[in-house]
Each structure stands twice: as C-alpha cells, then as structure tokens.
Design a protein around this ligand. Structure first.
Ligand SMILES: Cc1cc2nc3c(=O)[nH]c(=O)nc-3n(C[C@H](O)[C@H](O)[C@H](O)COP(=O)(O)OP(=O)(O)OC[C@H]3O[C@@H](n4cnc5c(N)ncnc54)[C@H](O)[C@@H]3O)c2cc1C
Ligand code: SF4
Length: 334
C-alpha cells in the first residue's frame, strides 16, 4: 500500500475543505474520505486506489437515524449498515431496506460499513481490482478486459462498449425502489439528488460513477413515507446463501387495493451498471390485477433491453424469475 496521510475530521466543514483540493471526486482522487473502510482500504491494498490523504469521517455527527415530520426517515451517512438494518423504524416501515442490508456481506462487515460508503462501493469486476489488466474504469482509455472474457457476474442493463461492470450494492437497490434522496454538502453549499440521478451510466466515462464533485460529502439519505398498506420485499439470488454478491436481485414496494395494484416501485440489482429502477415494469403493472401473468409481463418489460455478454446470458431469465417471485411476495395478502 502506498504511504498516505490520515486526517481525523471533527466537523463537516473541515472534512469538505480538506477534500475540496481534489481535482476529482471519482476514480484516482488524491484525497479520499474513509468511513468503514471496507471498500477503500481493500482497494488501497490492491493499489487500485492510491490517495495521498485519507480523511476519516467517523467522528462526524452523521450517525443518527431520525423520523421526519412527514413520516419519512433521515439516515446519517456514517450510520452502520447493521444499526440501520435493525433500527425499529426500518424493520417496521421499510423492510425492503432491512432485508437488503442483511443480505449483504457478513455480520462483521455490516458492523463496519456505513450508509455513505455502501452507496459508493465499487464494482467487483475482477479486472478493475487487478492493476495488471486494462480497465477503462480504473485507467480511462486502456480498454475493457471483461468484454468477451470473464463476465459471468457483470451487467446486462445499462452497459456500454467501454464498461459492463455491475453496481454490486444490495442497499442501493432497496433505496432505488424507495425513491431515496441523497443529501450532499460541498464548499458551495448543500444539494439534494434523487437516487436515480445520483448514479451515472458508464457511457464513454466509466471512471465517473456518480455526480459527486471534489470535496462533496454525502451527509444524509432521506426516505419518503410509504402510503398506508404498502408492503416491501428484497429478494437476492446468488451462488451461495451468504457472503456473496447478487447475480440478480429485486426490490419491490407495492400497494394493492382490492386485488389491483394501486402503486408499485421496482428496482433490480446484480444486472445493472447502476441500481436499476424499472419505471417501464411499474407502468406495466399500474392498475392491473396482481397475478402471475401480469408479473411475468412486467418482468419481460423490465429485461427487454438486456444485452447479455459472453458468459452472463443466464441472468436475463434469472432476473425475470427473481422479479416475478419478489412481486408475488410483495403483493400477497395472507
Ligand atoms: C468480502 C466482502 C463481501 C461483500 N459483500 C457485499 C454484498 O453481498 N452486498 C453488498 O451490498 N455489499 C457487499 N460488500 C461491500 C460492502 O457493503 C461495502 O464495502 C461497504 O458498504 C462500504 O462501506 P464503508 O463505510 O466501509 O465504505 P468505505 O470503504 O469507507 O468508503 C467507500 C467509498 O465511499 C467514499 N465515502 C464513504 N463515505 C462517504 C461520504 N459520506 N461522502 C462521500 N464519500 C464517502 C470513500 O471515499 C470511498 O471511496 C462486501 C464487501 C466485502 C469486503
Ligand atoms: S467491465 Fe468496467 S470495470 Fe470491468 S474491466 Fe471493463 S471497464 Fe473495467
């Protein structure tokens, strides 16, 4: 690991001012925030990230989960994944988020990992993590080693000729279905970004994964309240039952009234280059009877634009079945 300077931030302004000297907030940043460290320190050991300065944000007052006056929830950026998953308000009102968090990593990792760090975790593409191979995300313009090679776990939605890496987070999929808002503070003030606009598609610039600018710190995530009678579910399919990333996953938030779908939100994981909200599948189900035939139609719609790679064609049907099953679970009445 390259030598680096560690600064412990005690207030938000100090942390932001320190990181604002960066030329980028994306891959290759010379100054990095560290929270749980379960992504960053791994990548520093592999020399994929080589920051000169690391700003420890664990001492910032961003460690609370608070109820909002409108009935929603405000989650601090350094709230640990395990604390969030077991928070009574999350278990009661947002089970999809609790289930997604508990399906990720291991108990030890969840005790360290934070809300902000989970949002920004990097792809598990093996070539991204191996500095001996070309990778456009790690080193722009060098090429993509995964296309036509080992890509079994990589994306089938939102890919480009430059990058087919999957966003690996479970939490992000639940947050997409919950229509979360990401709150950001930088030297020019605060801004709030809907989660769907926070993540960027790879296009020609896969090294740019989100809208963060130098110095910008994620401070909070907020969730809107769900309408009365809503149910939510996260279903994750993977090679083994625990300690494994999703091959396909689905987050569904549903409100069924008299057997008809009154409101539905759908996001897919393990298949997209970003947490994959499927507005098309939602529209296909809006006002429809909640039954298997309609669910299958919605799943076909969600995967219509899938572009499988040489080794991951199986994900198309897997993701459809995952979504159909999640829809059944989220809409059953008993
Ligand atoms: C073996 C293993 C298995 C795993 N399995 C899963 C899994 O199944 N599912 C899953 O979803 N995840 C999984 N993970 C990933 C894990 O969830 C993430 O590593 C973790 O959530 C990252 O959080 P952190 O606080 O440790 O981030 P850090 O490593 O501290 O930070 C990650 C990135 O975010 C930046 N950052 C952190 N906080 C902020 C902030 N507030 N504002 C701006 N930038 C910030 C850092 O600079 C860094 O670039 C696994 C990880 C490991 C090591
Ligand atoms: S898929 Fe993306 S991360 Fe993986 S090698 Fe290609 S450019 Fe790099």
């Amino acid at each position: 690991m390259h030598p680096f300077e560690l600064i412990r931030a005690t207030d938000v302004t100090q942390a932001i001012q320190g990181a604002a000297k960066n030329s980028t907030a994306q891959q290759g940043a010379q100054i990095r925030f560290v929270a749980g460290g379960t992504t960053l320190i791994d990548l520093m050991k592999l020399n994929v990230e080589q920051p000169q300065t690391v700003i420890d944000i664990n001492g910032l007052p961003l460690d609370k989960v608070e109820a909002l006056p409108d009935g929603g929830l405000k989650i601090g950026a350094v709230v640990r994944n395990s604390d969030l998953a077991y928070h009574p308000a999350v278990v009661r009102d947002y089970p999809v988020l609790s289930q997604a968090l508990l399906s990720g990593a291991s108990a030890q990792l969840r005790n360290m990992a934070t809300t902000g760090g989970n949002l920004l975790q990097r792809t598990r593409c093996v070539y991204f993590r191996d500095t001996a191979t070309p990778c456009n995300k790690r080193e722009p313009g060098t090429g993509c080693s995964a296309i036509g090679a080992f890509n079994r776990t990589l994306a089938i939605l939102g890919t480009s000729e430059r990058c087919i890496a999957t966003n690996p987070s479970d939490m992000n999929v639940a947050l997409a279905a919950l229509e979360a808002t990401i709150h950001i503070q930088g030297i020019n003030g605060e801004r709030s970004v809907p989660i769907d606009e926070f993540f960027l598609l790879p296009g020609d610039t896969p090294h740019r994964e989100n809208v963060l600018e130098p110095g910008e710190l994620i401070t909070f995530v907020t969730l809107p309240p769900l309408s009365a009678g809503s149910k939510s579910v996260y279903l994750k399919l993977r090679d083994r039952a625990s300690y494994e990333f999703a091959l396909a996953s689905a987050a569904v938030v549903a409100n069924v009234q008299q057997g008809k779908i009154a409101r539905i939100r759908i996001a897919l994981g393990g298949v997209g280059t970003k947490p994959w909200r499927s507005v098309e599948a939602e529209k296909a189900l809006d006002g429809q009877t909640a039954n298997e035939e309609q669910f299958r139609t919605a799943a076909e719609t969600a995967l219509r634009n899938a572009r499988p790679q040489s080794e991951n064609g199986f994900k198309v049907e897997l993701a459809k079945r995952c979504l159909v099953r999640a829809l059944k679970l989220a809409t059953r009445t008993a």
